[in-house]
Design a protein around this ligand. Structure first.
Ligand code: BG6
Length: 306
């Protein structure tokens, strides 16, 4: 059941003492705040968007949020873990449709919140279908996100097909991760993978990754046919972030660098230096066909390794 209401009403129905509360942020968006023995986290109900996660021993967040991020109705939030669904990037045929689908900018509702036996906090959200969403994607789909906040952060995005006919989706959990200095950061786990480089000519160039991925300029790559864990090595903060996934066959890596970030306007002067997106996805030839009355789940688990 979709549970709707003001932060006060949500607190009464779903709040968990010393674990979970609801508040209003920015221009009236509702945010669930989790604070448990393992970690703190924030989840904005618009977009089913995790905007923060910091395990308790960590000095800095693991999930990055821009200092200039705007919390406004219908706008995407710069940072956190945007849900890109039911398409990734520009729409295949409709130039006026939003980039990365609509899931990240429409209201979702909480359906359940529980404290687990190990003291992790689990919140389940569901996208609210409406005339606005059906005008963009007219299929009987149900999208849920289960967020488990503990020593690790686990996100499970499930697409249900409630109709008789199959449909195809592409998707990404477009997570922004906090790093000390992008120029000193490496991503391990994509060695030898084929990728589409989106910084080149339209449509992208297909190439193969040689060795660990390092950063010296804008990077925008879709790695296909990979189910491997990635590890983000961050010598500046003396830590590694492991990204383990299932139900995902693509990994997107994006960082805008100075010029592009400057044009985007919501990164702040040096925000681009302290983030990189490692996105667990199903894109291009890895798009997923969901048969009538079937479902598909994609999960990703982030953990900090010192
Ligand atoms: C990445 C894409 O996933 O998201 C990039 O590969 C895009 O091409 C980036 O620029 C940010 O997108 P947006 O819509 O959140 O600004």
């Amino acid at each position: 059941m979709l549970i709707l209401g003001s932060p006060e009403e949500l607190d009464k129905r779903l709040g968990i003492k010393n674990r979970l509360t609801f508040r209003t942020a920015g221009d009236g968006l509702v945010v669930a705040e989790v604070d448990n023995p393992h970690a703190s986290a924030s989840i904005c109900l618009q977009g089913g968007h995790v905007t923060a996660w910091q395990p308790k021993p960590a000095a800095l967040p693991v999930v990055w949020l821009s200092r200039l991020a705007k919390f406004a109705p219908g706008k995407s939030i710069r940072g956190g873990a945007p849900v890109c669904w039911p398409w990734f990037g520009p729409h295949a045929t409709e130039a006026g449709f939003p980039s990365h689908g609509y899931a990240r900018t429409v209201p979702w509702a909480v359906t359940q919140a529980v404290s687990l036996a190990d003291d992790a906090t689990q919140i389940t959200l569901e996208l609210i279908n409406s005339d606005q969403t059906r005008a963009l994607w007219n299929h009987p789909g149900k999208l849920t996100l289960e967020v488990t906040v503990g020593q690790t952060l686990k996100l499970t995005l499930t697409t249900g097909n409630l109709g008789d006919d199959a449909f195809v989706i592409s998707e990404a959990l477009h997570t922004y991760l906090q790093v000390g200095d992008i120029a000193r950061t490496r991503v391990l786990g994509l060695e030898s993978c084929e990728f589409v480089d989106k910084t080149g000519p339209a449509g992208g160039l297909r190439r193969r990754q040689e060795g660990p991925l390092t950063f010296t300029a804008e990077t925008d790559r879709i790695y296909v046919n990979t189910t491997a864990d990635c590890v983000l090595e961050d010598p500046q903060l003396a830590r590694r972030i492991r990204i383990a996934k299932s139900g995902s066959r693509s990994t997107v890596v994006w960082t805008p660098w100075a010029e592009k970030a400057g044009k985007m306007g919501d990164f702040g002067p040096d925000g681009w230096r302290e983030m990189v997106c490692v996105e667990s996805a199903n894109v291009l030839e890895n798009a997923v066909t969901i048969p009538g009355h079937g479902s598909h789940s994609m999960s990703v688990e982030y953990s900090l390794e010192n």
